[in-house]
Design a protein around this ligand. Structure first.
Ligand code: ATP
Ligand code: MG
Length: 372
């Protein structure tokens, strides 16, 4: 299982910087997702690692071997990097059966007939498409075709598998199913997966590490739950999580070394960091970020709010609350229909509040938020 190392990799198209000084290590057997809004440089990054795009600067190593170096003039061609691709438009060959689609690459590599036969059988079983071996792509559903495409990509046993939004043209139900299949596949093969998506849920559920980018610049590279609970900055906090994090803006005042106060539309808030201290400049504009699951509705809460809208979806209910002129999103387990405009109490649970510097967006501390 190879490790992939990017050192100060940049890609410019003319004056436009698509990827800016990116350094990261994709570890042995990792499932890394490249995540970010459209145009942030995900595909460009993937293509540079794969050798389909030449970086303007930097160095890339796969399995200890330099495959690209602008300084030393190294640029190993894609077919010599031992990698496999799966792109959004995975076009199977329509005139070939499923088995022929999968075996095509192996025949090109001059594998003997028996070895090809057993490899194809193994892949059909792994991807649960054994009963479709003799069918043509047009006789399969979208999800089945997708699995054939994955089998075809895996056939030659690439050490690294690159996927660029491979599930984006499937319906919601199939996409969820394919996510589990991909996760199992990753567990069963020895490959390192590098996966591009702009769907934060996909990144959260699939990856061992998420690389979140904005306008070509790396924002945070960490396991998904760390990205979720300890976002590096406001952009990351806002991009990850659905429904999105609540943001309360105000001016913080230090009470002592360990606590700060802030007033937002009639709410007096006290924040205590879970570890260490937090110091603010006088009148420093800050943003308190609190995830919807930490906004607890209940009569014991010190806050008072009116229900703006309740959105029950079966397993959970998203409740929008209005407190002063601040809207807050809360998520409660189960289907509870709150009456619009009804008054409720609320408070903040747990130690998952994040304080950000409003100007730089930087995460200053995580801790406990209380209404006083
Ligand atoms: N060949 C090219 N020439 C000029 N600009 C390019 C070229 N390829 C990509 N870009 C630009 O580089 C930026 C990053 O493109 P990229 O395809 O990596 O984005 P992405 O994050 O994959 O977006 P999406 O989610 O929409 O696929 C974009 O602004 C794009 O317009
Ligand atoms: Mg893309």
């Amino acid at each position: 299982m190879p490790e992939i190392i990017l050192k100060n990799v940049s890609k410019r198209f003319g004056k436009f910087v698509a990827v800016d000084d990116l350094s990261m290590v994709i570890g042995d057997g990792d499932f890394v997702t490249l995540l970010g809004p459209s145009g942030c440089g995900k595909t460009t990054t993937l293509r540079m690692i794969a050798g389909l795009e030449t970086p303007t600067e930097g160095e890339i190593l796969i399995d200890g071997k330099t495959v690209f170096s602008s300084e030393r003039g190294v640029d190993v061609s894609p077919d010599k990097r031992d990698v496999g691709f799966l792109f959004q438009n995975y076009a199977l060959w329509p005139h070939m059966t499923v088995e022929q689609n999968i075996s095509f690459g192996l025949e090109n590599l001059k594998w003997d007939k028996e070895r090809i036969r057993s490899r194809v059988a193994e892949l059909l079983a792994t991807l649960k498409i054994d009963q479709f071996g003799k069918r043509y792509p047009s006789e399969l559903s979208g999800g089945q075709q997708q699995r054939v495409a994955i089998a075809r990509t895996l056939a030659t046993g690439p050490k690294v598998l690159f996927m660029d939004e491979p599930l984006s043209n499937l319906d919601a139900k199939l996409r969820t199913e394919m996510r589990s299949e991909l996760k199992r596949l990753h567990a069963e093969t020895d490959s390192t997966f590098v996966y591009v998506t702009h769907d934060q849920l996909e990144a959260m559920t699939l990856s061992t590490r998420t690389c979140l980018m904005k306008e070509g610049v790396l924002q945070q590279y960490a396991p998904p739950l760390e990205v979720y609970h300890n976002p590096a900055n406001l952009f990351v906090a806002d991009f990850v999580g659905s429904p999105t994090m609540n943001f309360l803006e105000g001016v913080g005042r230090g009470v002592n070394l360990d606590e700060i106060k802030m007033s937002v539309s009639g709410l007096d808030l006290l924040f205590s960091p879970v570890s260490g201290s937090i110091t603010l400049r006088d009148d420093q504009p800050i943003v308190m970020g609190i995830r919807p699951e930490f906004v607890r509705i209940g009569e014991t809460g010190k806050g008072r709010a009116r229900v703006y809208a309740a959105l029950p979806s079966g397993m959970e209910t998203v409740v929008k609350l209005r407190s002063g002129d601040q809207l807050l999103t809360s998520v409660v387990f189960g289907s509870i229909d709150y009456e619009a405009d009804g008054e409720v109490g609320f408070g903040f649970d747990g130690e998952g509040c994040v304080v950000f510097d409003k100007e730089t967006g930087a995460n200053l501390a995580i801790g406990k938020l209380a209404i006083i």
